[in-house]
Design a protein around this ligand. Structure first.
Ligand code: HEM
Length: 496
């Protein structure tokens, strides 16, 4: 502190660097005004203030982030040629942003919601973004339903309030959501901190090795801090006590050198297995049971540096599932394919055409594209060629990079995935209820659902939702019906 007083502060300037004459008084004609248009300093100050916000993210608006590194701990070159994964011990700088989904920028960290887990790997072959959640699955399996789903979760058009009725209306009319809703209603829907939860790539992705062999893969980041959750009551109490609890926790842990870490485990499926697997392996509402595809540990992610400026480095951070490096590609998961379009489109709107030039989004590898100009462009290659082909040693594409494609029959359809034997919506949610959750977890699940469905949900929607819970598990359906005081006791057969 003493240093601060002893050091002479710099002179205030305009943003153009011109010294200012007062930090307190605008320039006026006499002490009572009027004010003058020539007071460029004060006019700039007011104008800049009016432009301080960029639109918040349409989803995942409230979040926190930190920097760190990813280290390879096992040889995966037989699965992928990605350069950042090619040597055990290799470290790649990362940015990880955590978030809630439905709340606005000022909303509480501890509400029931999935948590975003978005990673930017600054690799030597450009940025690789893995934009996942703390859940291995998602609510819907077609991108066409994403905005409908989000509209049902966020504020209603009339009163600008959130509506449990709308949430359960959408969920109960969309049986594919039940697995993720079950997950969300367990205590994992209210993680204690960002550090005490796992992260998932959630989708199935493709890895391609140097011999052009392809694999289907899933990413699991397992917390080294251990899983810890709040109960519903604890989460609600913390929402009142400290709405920034997760943000504060992350920042303080890193500040005191208690660096959070995650182990990266991968599930790897041989390319040919997908066609006849028991359910569609690209369906985002399903997990791959580890008994079918056991996970192998391949790396470790550590966060060891807080952002210096939240707006510049976290609010303006732009993650895009379309950023995939050679050796990694998408799968036929329609949700993933939809997301490849959506994120860069969002960034052009939210941040601007040249969002990739904001320092936090810039790759650490060199950029040699033929794109030019546009609003706020400052990076340029002098008078280098801006067209290809050219005769002046401009950059040339590398045709040897293997395109991550797959075969299709080429017919245009609007349909669900081709049916596999176990493509139903309820089986995995039932397994979660019966075999993964402890008796205490099951009690909490029932209470959390009953509490949530008691908040202004119309009776016919409650009844429709209960029919889905019966199909997950008759015991779960019965307990929820009892909790809501509804006299329906349908058998599974009756509700099909
Ligand atoms: C078709 C489905 C989806 C669409 C259209 C979609 C769209 C979006 C959009 C527009 C944003 C805001 C981006 C920004 O302004 O920076 C966003 C953020 C995000 N989405 Fe999605 N999303 C979809 C599904 C998913 C899924 C399945 C996951 C996780 C598995 C996910 C995880 C995230 C995360 C973590 C963020 C915040 C990224 C950050 O921290 O900046 N989204 N999504």
């Amino acid at each position: 502190m003493s240093d601060q007083f002893e050091k002479k502060p710099p002179v205030t300037t305009t943003d153009a660097g011109i010294p200012a004459t007062s930090d307190e008084h605008s320039l006026s004609v006499g002490p009572n005004g009027p004010l003058l248009l020539q007071d460029h300093y004060v006019i700039q100050k007011m104008a800049q203030f009016n432009r301080e916000r960029v639109p918040e993210r349409v989803v995942h608006a409230k979040g926190s982030g930190a920097f760190g590194y990813f280290e390879v701990t096992a040889d995966v070159t037989k699965y992928t040629s990605a350069a950042f994964l090619n040597t055990v011990g290799k470290r790649t700088p990362v940015l990880l942003r955590f978030s809630t989904v439905a709340g606005e920028q000022g909303s509480a960290d501890t509400v029931r919601d999935p948590r975003g887990f978005a990673i930017k790997f600054y690799t030597e072959e450009g940025n690789y973004d893995l934009v996942g959640n703390n859940t291995p699955i998602f609510f819907v399996r077609d991108p066409s339903k994403f905005s409908d789903f989000i509209h049902s979760q966020k504020r209603m058009p009339g009163d600008d309030m959130r509506s449990s009725n709308a949430q359960w209306d959408f969920w109960s009319l969309s049986p594919e959501t039940i697995h993720q809703v079950t997950f969300l209603m367990t205590d994992r829907g209210t993680p204690r901190t960002y550090r005490h939860m796992d992260g998932f790539g959630s989708h199935t992705f493709m890895w391609i090795n140097a011999q052009s062999e392809k694999f289907w893969v899933k990413y699991h980041f397992k917390t080294e801090q251990g899983i810890e959750n709040f109960t519903d009551a604890e989460a609600k109490a913390m929402t009142a006590e400290d709405p920034d609890f997760h943000r504060r926790d992350l920042r303080e842990a890193i500040d005191k050198g208690d660096f959070p870490a995650w182990r990266l485990d991968m599930q790897i499926m041989p390319f040919a297995d997908a066609a006849n697997y028991r359910f569609n392996p690209f369906d985002l509402t399903k997990v791959w049971p580890h008994s079918d595809y056991p996970a192998i540990t391949v790396g470790r992610l550590v966060l060891d540096r807080n952002p210096e400026n939240f707006f510049a480095e976290i609010e303006q951070a732009s993650f895009e599932p379309s950023n995939m490096v050679p050796g990694i590609g998408p799968s036929p998961d329609k949700m993933l394919l939809g997301r490849l379009f959506s994120y860069p489109d969002a960034h052009r709107y939210r941040i601007g055409t040249n969002y990739l030039q904001v320092p936090v989004n810039q790759p650490k590898s060199e950029v040699h594209s033929y794109n030019k100009d546009g609003s706020m462009r400052y990076r340029h290659n002098g008078n280098q060629p801006v067209y290809a082909p050219n005769s002046y040693s401009g950059p040339q594409a590398n045709p040897n990079i293997i395109e991550p494609g797959w075969e299709t029959d080429g017919a245009l359809v609007r349909s669900a995935y081709t049916l596999h034997a176990e493509d139903d919506d309820f089986g995995q949610a039932g397994t979660l209820y019966r075999h993964v959750l402890s008796p205490e977890d099951r009690d909490h699940l029932v209470n959390n659902i009953v509490n949530h469905m008691s908040q202004g949900v119309e009776k016919f929607i409650q009844e429709r939702a209960i029919k889905l819970w019966y199909q997950v598990d008759p015991d779960l359906g019965t307990r929820i019906a009892q909790g809501l005081g509804l006299a329906i006791s349908l058998q599974v057969e009756e509700v099909k």
